[in-house]
Write a protein that binds this ligand. Structure first.
Ligand code: DGI
Ligand code: FE
Ligand code: FE
Length: 401
């Protein structure tokens, strides 16, 4: 029998523990190759501490360069979307029909394996190759194995010398500026340093439900007044998320971060925009008040490593709005308009509207903004005009009903 070992994971970053696992798998009789496959997005985790896939892939390439039977594959990266193991196994099987597959996992995963997406298909496609890990006791492992065997999974155990390294610990050490010698291959350490990866707050897990680091960060970047505004918008966004059924944590984080670059000077905002390959339209060049939102979305994604598309979109469009906004987009836009710190004339009416009907409130807010801007003779972003038109049209339609 000829085997291919499939070794998937976030590899965020790849470390010596992964290398030992892959090497041990490569040495099993009959194994011709080990495919290391970094995920694009993990299905089971929120991905905001996850580095962009290209970096994780490149680090894997560096880590496994010297190993003849170990190959790094960009298959999940090219597929994009959530990286489900079942899809990857099917693809590997199609590419290498003459091989039997073994899926390499840490033994701690045995406990959750049954809950993986399309578990029944997974165990038809592959055998399971489980490596003992410190996080799980022998008895737990045996219990999990006997349960899985009852469901016809084929499981093989692979013993490797105890190796207690985790990517979480490495990100922690990086954030604290501690040495990584012995944790990662030298070339991967160099890559991390050269590219300034895992700096600042990006080791913070969304799962931690701990936003203190983000609060500290915006406090550093903003004046007291603007910091208070950000907190107030975050609170208002949560209130609206609760009322209208959006994700409250995403609403809070979007509110907290939406103006993160508002007080960076305009040159700096432009620099950030350019750095992330965003090209401004002709109108955008003349609407500098909109730059902080464009720059913030890129910054939050690439520097803070928050990859949640809903949060990024809400931040991106919090100033101009756009046509066909998502629930979270509208919530942030209107929270920014009606947060507790706002005291323009008419704010009470706006708050009432927001309480009654988000779409009607969007119409009112856009009408207000468009007329303010034209009153001042300023250019109006096409996204704002489109948003205004579609809000006005649905308002007319509602009136006709
Ligand atoms: O950052 P905030 O002050 O909390 O609020 P915001 O991000 O909504 O920014 C509002 C400013 O942006 C306000 O001065 C109006 C300006 N603005 C919004 N849309 C447009 C715009 N300016 C121009 N020129 N064109 C727009 O379409
Ligand atoms: Fe803003
Ligand atoms: Fe704001």
């Amino acid at each position: 029998m000829k085997y291919i070992v499939v070794f998937g994971g976030a590899f965020n970053p790849v470390h010596n523990g992964h290398i030992k696992m892959a090497e041990a798998a490569a040495n099993i009789d009959g194994v011709d190759m080990v495919l290391v496959i970094p995920s694009y997005l993990s299905p089971h985790k929120l991905n905001d501490c996850l580095l962009p896939a290209v970096h994780r892939l490149e680090m894997c390439r560096l880590a496994f360069k010297k190993h003849p039977k170990i190959y790094v594959s960009d298959l999940e990266l090219l597929r994009k979307g959530k990286s489900y193991t079942v899809d990857t196994l099917k693809e590997v099987r199609r590419l290498y029909p003459e091989y039997t597959l073994k899926l390499l996992i840490g033994a701690d995963m045995l406990v959750t394996l049954e809950n993986w997406y399309r578990f029944d298909e997974i165990i038809k496609l592959t055998e399971i190759l489980a490596v003992s890990r410190p996080g799980i006791s022998n008895s737990e492992m045996l219990e999990a194995i006997s349960k899985l065997k009852k469901r016809c999974a084929k499981i093989q155990l692979l013993e490797i010398p105890e190796c207690d390294i985790s990517s979480t610990e490495i990100r922690q050490r990086l954030a604290e500026g501690k040495s990584l010698k012995g944790y990662l291959p030298g070339q991967v350490i160099d890559y991390i340093n050269q590219n300034n990866l895992y700096k600042m707050v990006n080791n913070l897990m969304f799962d931690d439900k701990n936003f203190e680091e983000y609060k500290n960060l915006i406090q550093q970047k903003l004046s007291g007044f603007r910091y208070e505004h950000s907190l107030a918008v975050a609170d208002k966004a949560v209130e609206l998320a609760r009322k209208y059924g959006a994700d409250e944590e995403k609403a809070y984080l979007a509110g907290l971060l939406h103006d993160i670059l508002k007080e960076a000077n305009l040159d700096e905002q432009l620099k950030i925009i350019g750095q992330f390959d965003i090209i401004l339209t002709e109108v955008e060049k003349y609407t500098p008040k909109c730059w902080h939102a464009i720059a913030a979305a890129a910054y939050v994604k690439n520097v803070l490593n928050i990859h949640d598309e809903e949060i990024l979109s809400a931040i991106r469009y919090h100033t101009t709005a756009k046509k066909d906004m998502s629930l979270l987009d509208k919530i942030l836009y209107l929270a920014d308009f009606t947060s507790a710190d706002r005291d323009y004339e008419g704010v009470e009416d706006m708050r009432e509207a927001v309480d009654k009907d988000l779409d009607y409130a969007m119409f009112k807010a856009l009408k207000f903004t468009v007329s303010e801007l034209s009153e001042k003779g300023l250019p109006i972003h096409p996204d704002s005009i489109e948003a205004y038109n579609s809000a006005a049209i649905s308002n007319i339609k509602k009136g006709l009903k």
